[in-house]
Design a protein around this ligand. Structure first.
Ligand code: 2M8
Length: 447
């Protein structure tokens, strides 16, 4: 099989290669998400990248997060893209047109939406790496953690204030890009209701020329919808209340909600350590509890899988994607549900599928109709998502499970190409090569 033909680098060599990817993608001010396909800073990528950078250079890791938070909007939102001067990505800053936004930053150009809130996790991980490194690194990282805490808090508060509409308690997204899992089948139903108007300004995609096979990327039809939603937001001058009220896409994202719950926990830990006042800590505890309850309440009564919710139609979205395992990240679901999810994760529907090269969960169950092994968030395996489950399992004390996941993810990435995502049966790297966050999580695992 092609699996046997793959190169397998010894781990020290693999780590050195990962380090080189992060250095090569460093423009001096940001480590871009990927060399050709993504020549800017992405919000959740930057979090993972800082985790990898911390293994090489703690100050560089801190600088990356500082750059991201320097672009934080005045209302607290951390934007999903901070643009560099590169022109090779569409939609760029002119198409986003966030200059019309009242709350936007004045020093940099950004997109007008957000991404999953994993930044507190990154800050804590950078701190851990710094403490193992040197007294100087430790002092720098502690100063940084203290300094960034109020910004992280403002970001979490923004999610609660603007993005928990209705009664589900789930954190809502207004664009599939906010989920980070752009074209996942999770969003097929809500996207079906997005009808691009004739006024959609023409555009030319730039992503297709940066990957080998256009079939690894979303379709043109999907892009029309992505761009139409931007058009709607631009017309609303990026006024969050208007967008949440009127946009043609509004979905409760169960994966983000779970990540939010644990990020609040981490922020509480950091806050206690650095002497934050009781009131914000109390708020974070309440937000974490609400988020956990929302994740638990979304679980399907038979499968146990957590579900997103279309907040325009008030319908649960039943899809067999990796997001269904959200309760395993944050806990809070009844024991029976958790056990069902763990055995489902091990079953042939997921990690136990006999055809997988490496037993890590694909983005979509290989047994689900419509599973597409080469297409982006519709089937491939994503090491960065595996890192999240690995990290959460460690935190929950499931060390043996965590170790198995990490070993499998290393098996997947041992070819040293640091693909954006991987074909689950052959382990072929897909999308962009030298993707920074893949290199970053592998480095974190190997150090
Ligand atoms: C992908 O998303 C961007 C849009 O944000 C794109 O396809 O152009 C996603 O995988 C997202 O999760 C990721 O943050 C981004 C950069 O790696 O690429």
């Amino acid at each position: 099989t092609s699996g046997e033909r793959r190169v397998r680098y010894p781990h020290p060599v693999l780590a050195a290669r990962a380090a080189r990817v992060l250095r090569d993608n460093d423009t001096g001010s940001v480590v871009t998400a990927a060399p050709r396909l993504y020549p800017h800073m992405w919000s959740w990528d930057a979090a993972f990248i800082s985790i990898g950078l911390a293994r090489l250079d703690v100050r560089r890791a801190i600088a990356e997060l500082e750059t991201l938070f320097a672009a934080q909007w005045r209302n607290g939102m951390v934007p999903h893209i901070v643009f560099t001067d590169a022109d090779a990505y569409f939609p760029g800053p002119d198409r986003w047109g966030t200059d019309v936004a009242r709350d936007g930053p004045s020093n940099v150009r950004t997109s007008g939406i957000c991404q999953p809130p994993v930044h507190a996790i990154a800050v804590q991980r950078v701190l851990e790496a710094a403490r193992m490194s040197s007294p100087g690194d430790r002092a720098d990282a502690e100063r940084f953690a203290r300094h960034i805490w109020p910004k992280l808090y403002a970001w979490h508060r923004w999610l609660v204030e603007y993005r928990t509409p209705g009664s589900s308690g789930l954190i809502a997204i207004v664009h599939g890009w906010e989920s980070g899992m752009d074209n996942s089948p999770r969003w097929d139903l809500p996207y079906a209701a997005v009808k691009p108007g004739a006024e959609l300004p023409p555009y030319v995609r730039k992503d297709l020329s940066a990957v080998g096979d256009p079939g690894e990327r979303p379709t043109d039809r999907e892009y029309d919808r992505y761009l139409w939603l931007i058009e709607e937001m631009r017309r609303a001058s990026y006024d969050q209340r208007r967008i949440v009220r009127d946009s043609s896409f509004l979905a409760g994202d169960v994966f983000i909600t779970a990540l939010f719950a644990i990020s609040c926990d981490v922020l509480i830990e950091l806050g206690r350590e650095f002497g934050q006042a009781p009131e914000p800590l109390g708020n974070l505890a309440e937000w974490a509890a609400n988020a956990r309850a929302a994740v638990a309440a979304s679980c399907h009564s038979v499968s146990g899988m957590a579900r997103d919710r279309d907040l325009r139609t008030s319908r649960w979205l039943d899809t067999q994607t990796i997001a269904g395992f959200a309760p395993l990240l944050c806990g809070g679901a009844p024991d029976g549900v958790q056990l069902r999810l763990l055995s489902l994760l091990d079953s042939e529907r997921w990690c136990g599928h006999p055809g997988l090269l490496a037993p890590v969960p694909p983005s979509v169950s290989p047994l689900r109709p419509g599973f597409t092994p080469r297409q982006y968030w519709r089937g491939p395996q994503w090491p960065v998502v595996v890192w999240l489950f690995w990290w959460a399992f460690e935190r929950r004390g499931w060390h043996e499970r965590a170790r198995r996941l990490r070993d499998a993810a290393i098996l997947l990435t041992e070819d040293g190409s640091f693909g954006e995502y991987y074909e689950p049966f052959t382990g072929e790297p897909l999308g962009s090569a030298d993707q920074s966050w893949t290199a970053a999580v592998v480095l974190d695992w190997l150090c």
